[in-house]
Design a binder for this molecule. Structure first.
Ligand code: SF4
Length: 427
């Protein structure tokens, strides 16, 4: 929303392109204030067409806090530029606090539910926390445990050491594999280097790995829909690299060559866009009608639920979608795309500091969500910032209830049995 709260006639005079008589503005406002409640005052102003101030200057008087007769001798009036946006210029009396009642009425937040942590991320983060607690720091983590900067920094402070490759991990150290899953070659390398491993791969990623092994064993060639370079995709393809062809998008689906003499199965990354993936599958099936789908969806429940919530928020008339998530979060990026495909501007932000107040200009209802690797506390800090910028009510947009939990204690109990508490993590 491009707006400026004007609290005095002096400001009305100072800020271009306003070219109205402040006295006229104030007396019109005073007239309506005397006769109607807040909501009806606004309606009365729009209908009256008297004075023409709103039409001429692009201003409408919505609400005021105080007036001294009809003469604006002090900063008292709140006037919002709605129809003709102007730059938001800091200046005395300009309202940036969001504390005025007008802001609360104009910019509400629709908060997605479900949002943020999925069961797989929750489990992976807890595994690192408990590993540090149980075995002591440092605990090495191959790749980012989940794609979220806030989480990675917090775990680093607790004693996690993030590495890109196992070669950076001292021999016999404790290493945690990330939620995105790894190829068998990584397990092999860890064994060769006598590393102690706790695998935090999400069980739903592991499910896709097992599908790969099963279908390859049954003689299928797999068209795998996913994003090149993503850790999950590398881990999955690494289970049968000679029997998988990566298909990134609908363009590739139109050109990719799949073996003519084999049964064909399509599998996919767990965090893709549900809608886009259907398009890619259809394009593949047009060229390869014998292509089969697995018995259950690969795109996981959390991805689907978060995208459904964004779709519902778009239906509810949000003028902007903010997705809290890190730059490398596939899940968060897809949520932005879901909104953009519905002509709703969408932005991904890592935290409240990345929020650009320009995005809020002209927006009356903001959709807010967090990707599956984002802790809710970061979303809550964005809400605080939005309120500072003028947001009012926060309303939930609930599209599903999630109660999925992946067992954690078993993983650590097994690890604990092999590596007694107190054993140093490094030699
Ligand atoms: S997004 Fe889905 S697949 Fe990925 S960690 Fe979460 S639950 Fe598992």
């Amino acid at each position: 929303m491009r707006y400026r709260c004007i609290h005095s006639a002096e400001e009305v005079r100072r800020f271009p392109p306003i070219d109205v008589s402040p006295c006229q503005t104030i007396s019109q406002a005073s007239h309506h204030r005397a006769e109607f409640g807040v909501e009806r005052r606004w309606e009365a102003w729009r209908k009256s067409r008297s004075g023409g101030i709103g039409r001429r200057a692009g201003f409408k008087i919505l609400f005021w806090q105080q007036s001294v007769g009809s003469i604006p001798t002090s900063g008292i009036e709140l006037v919002h530029d709605i129809e003709r946006p102007t730059e938001r210029v800091p200046g005395p009396g300009t309202c940036y606090t969001g504390s005025c009642a007008l802001h609360e009425r104009l910019m509400d937040i629709l908060l997605a539910n479900p949002r943020c942590y999925c069961a797989g991320v929750d489990r992976a983060v807890q595994i690192v926390e408990l590993a540090i607690e149980t075995f002591g720091a440092p605990v090495y983590v191959r790749k980012e445990i989940v794609h979220n900067q806030f989480v990675v920094n917090r775990l680093r402070d607790l004693g996690a050491v993030f590495v890109e490759e196992l070669s950076e991990v001292p021999e016999a150290s404790l290493v945690v594999f990330s939620a995105h899953g790894v190829a068998p070659s990584i397990h092999k390398e860890a064994k060769e280097r006598e590393l102690r491993v706790i695998d935090a791969s999400c069980p739903l990623v592991t499910k896709v790995h097992l599908e790969v092994l099963r279908f390859v064993k049954e003689g299928y060639h797999i068209a795998f829909i996913g994003r090149k370079g993503h850790e999950e995709v590398e881990g999955t393809i690494g289970h049968a690299p000679d029997h998988i062809t990566l298909v990134e998008d609908v363009l590739q689906a139109g050109t990719v060559d799949l073996p003519a003499d084999k049964k064909l199965m399509v599998l996919m990354q767990t965090t893709l866009s549900v809608d886009d993936t259907k398009v890619v599958v259809n394009a593949l099936r047009e060229r390869y009608p014998r292509l089969e789908l697995p018995p259950t969806e690969d795109i996981c429940y959390a991805t689907q639920n978060r995208q459904d919530a964004v779709k519902e928020m778009c239906e509810s008339g949000i003028g902007l979608l903010l997705v809290v998530g890190s730059h490398n979060s596939s899940n968060a990026a897809r949520l932005v795309e879901v909104a953009q495909r519905r002509n709703v501007p969408g932005y991904r932000i890592d935290n409240a500091n990345e929020l650009d107040s320009k995005w809020l200009e002209g927006v009356e209802l903001i959709g807010l969500t967090g990707g599956a690797s984002t802790p809710d506390e970061v979303v809550q800090s964005v809400i605080v910032r939005l309120k500072e910028l003028g947001a009012g009510d926060v309303r939930p947009c609930t599209t599903a209830e999630e109660n999925v939990v992946f067992q954690l204690p078993l993983v650590l109990k097994e690890a604990e049995a092999r590596f007694p508490t107190g054993q140093p993590a490094t030699k």
